[in-house]
Design a protein around this ligand. Structure first.
Ligand SMILES: [Zn+2]
Length: 188
């Protein structure tokens, strides 16, 4: 039996350096709030507001470090709150991303960068070898107890520095009665 730790990814934003400076000012740098499980990544102190017409969501935390492209990850519930249709996509694929306005303390930008992240597993090269998995493979994971759910269409992402974890969004976690910190069972 292959088990995997479950983590719940709440809504967040990754910012490029140019977008970050437009929102927070030239020369501004992210401050560490806390490290997260994936190597080198952290939740920052800074937050932004997302807006679509007269609808908005505040307190969107920035996850650092800065990335090449700005990307917002929301749940389907949050997409509804914003009155937006947001595509499901693997993190990093923003070709079809929905347009939103991002508001920071020093400025705002509108761009196509919002996705609903496809549920995924982070695997190192070692993990992939050990469990006979490959990058892009689709698997299922059984999670939960009283509200147990088998999540299908879980994409395996393999990278040298990844840490063995299943990432679900808050809608998925709520559906299965999960808080994060539980363990799922891989079904290949
Ligand atoms: Zn992830």
């Amino acid at each position: 039996m292959i088990t995997i730790p479950i983590e719940v990814s709440a809504r967040h934003i990754h910012l490029s350096r140019p977008d970050f400076e437009l929102l927070f000012g030239i020369g501004y740098h992210l401050a560490l709030f806390k490290n997260i499980s994936q190597t080198g990544q952290y939740a920052a102190m800074e937050k932004v507001i997302l807006e679509n017409g007269d609808k908005k969501i505040e307190n969107i935390r920035i996850v650092g470090p800065e990335r090449r492209e700005t990307q917002i990850e929301l749940s389907l519930t949050e997409a509804r709150q914003l009155g937006l249709t947001i595509p499901l996509a693997v993190s990093g694929d923003i070709a079809q991303a929905a347009k939103l306005t991002i508001i920071g303390p020093q400025g705002q930008i509108s761009k196509n960068c919002a996705i609903i992240a496809q549920r995924h597993i982070h695997a190192s090269l070692k993990d992939a070898e050990k469990y006979h998995l490959h990058d892009g493979q689709i698997v299922s994971v059984e999670c939960g107890t009283q509200r147990a759910v088998i999540f299908r269409q879980v994409v395996v992402r393999v990278r040298a520095d990844f840490v063995w974890n299943l990432h679900l969004d808050t809608d998925e976690a709520n559906a299965a009665g999960l808080q994060g910190g539980e363990t799922g069972i891989l079904i290949i």
